[in-house]
Design a protein around this ligand. Structure first.
Ligand code: NIG
Ligand code: FE
Length: 411
């Protein structure tokens, strides 16, 4: 099957040879071709170039992209898309004055979602999650990471990861999975946090590895959740199963989680709403991608990750949704990209780099996704007619997408 996209107004994120990530001042450059074509063979990008140089005469499908922008699909490297029900009541409680912390301390928050998930069958959980996945695919996501962490028992954690695995198989869609058993301490371990860590490390971790259910390991390293000691114990244990860390750090407090993640070669450190100079220092020269989640800041009214500070220090940054029922009930990467520009003062070029190539890096997919490069997956966004790609973040809340192609097919 061949597909030819012609008369593309702007073809974004064009990389002749692949780069794994872009950092610092380079993030301002978004390589692009104007009046271009892309030729797809089966599920891969076969070639691209200027319309003036086109040599391909025919294709099974021709898509005219006059006045439209084409770019690689968004790479969402941080989600909790598999969850049960919702927490709309807590949303109303927060409007009426309770804080996120107060709700969690009353047994709401993550524990509330865990209770719902434990009571939901694997099939029902699959159905709910599949609906969400289809929804975000239509909003332009072409690769995604999904975490466990709303199970908090061995059985329920495995159930979440099996659902993610099923999604991957059924949709033939790039899904990376992360084991987040240490997301919150369940009520029955309230006085025995070490006991819960024992369960995570000695029972859950080996089972996750045995069934090959995750590639990454995560922990919510935060006051009131898990300590630096818990984090180190987990990351150390995970090494023997070759699970690479991608961790929740610095959402509300900065106390050394970033440096610890870097020390254990984390692929990413995520949230970073609170970020001090030592954290920046720790990231220098590392392979760890800092990941910002602006929709979470928006929804919880907490600070935004200081993207300028990160980029101006010469570091890379990725953007992701954090799609989850508590802090970010939205899987819309278009909103993330807009919000990064509006609230974090990232330029459209920087935000698009952060949401494509750097997002792919943050989930180990930069060889196959995140740019228009020969041999990469034919996962593309075709916009509606717009003046330039700047309109994408500018027209916040608007749907600028006309079509999404996954593996070379319009979905
Ligand atoms: O990334 N911070 C930890 N976990 C999720 C939210 C958890 C919840 O409230 O359900 C997050 O924001
Ligand atoms: Fe998260």
């Amino acid at each position: 099957m061949t597909t030819l996209l012609i008369n593309i107004k702007q073809l974004l994120q064009v990389r002749e040879t692949n780069v794994s990530k872009v950092s610092g001042a380079d993030m301002k450059q978004l390589p692009m071709l104007e009046n271009a074509y892309v030729y797809l063979v089966d599920d891969k990008i076969a070639s691209f170039g200027l319309m003036a140089d086109i040599e391909i005469a025919s294709a099974d499908t021709i898509i005219d992209c006059t006045n439209k922008v084409v770019l690689p699909t968004w790479c969402d490297s941080h989600t909790h898309l598999v969850y049960a029900g919702n927490r709309a009541q807590e949303f109303v409680d927060r409007i009426n004055g309770l804080s996120y912390e107060e709700i969690a301390n009353r047994g709401g928050g993550i524990l509330n979602s865990a209770k719902k998930l434990q009571e939901t069958s694997e099939d029902a959980l699959f159905e709910q999650s599949a609906t969400r996945l289809e929804n975000v695919m239509h909003m332009g996501i072409g690769a995604i990471e999904i975490k466990s962490g709303y199970g908090l028992t061995t059985e329920a954690e495995l159930k979440m990861l099996r659902v993610a695995k099923r999604l991957k198989e059924i949709y033939n869609f790039p899904i990376k999975t992360t084991f987040l058993g240490a997301h919150a301490v369940p009520a029955n371990f309230k006085e025995n946090q070490d006991g819960y860590m024992d369960l995570v490390i000695n029972e859950m971790l080996p089972k996750v590895a045995e069934e090959n259910l995750a590639e990454y390991v995560d922990i919510f390293c935060e006051k009131g959740y898990f300590t630096l000691e818990d984090t180190e114990r987990l990351l150390q244990a995970a090494q023997q199963y070759k699970l690479i860390p991608k961790i929740h750090v610095n959402q509300f407090n900065a106390f050394g989680g970033v440096a610890l993640g870097v020390q254990y070669n984390a692929l990413s450190v995520d949230h970073l709403e609170e970020l001090n100079d030592e954290d920046i220092q720790a990231l220098q020269g590392s392979n760890t991608m800092p990941v910002a989640l602006p929709s979470c800041s928006y929804f919880l009214s907490i600070p935004y990750t200081p993207a300028r500070k990160i980029i101006d220090a010469g570091l890379p940054i990725a953007l992701a949704t954090d799609y989850n029922p508590g802090s970010t009930p939205s899987g819309n990467m278009n909103f993330v990209v807009s919000t990064a520009c509006i609230k974090m003062k990232m330029t459209p070029e920087e935000a698009i780099n952060a949401a494509t190539i750097n997002g792919a890096y943050a989930m180990g997919l930069s060889e196959t996704h995140g740019s228009i490069t020969q041999g990469k997956a034919a996962n593309l966004i075709i916009t509606k007619e717009i003046e330039s790609f700047h309109v994408l973040p500018y027209a916040f809340g608007d749907n600028c997408i006309d079509k999404v192609l996954i593996n070379g097919s319009v979905i």
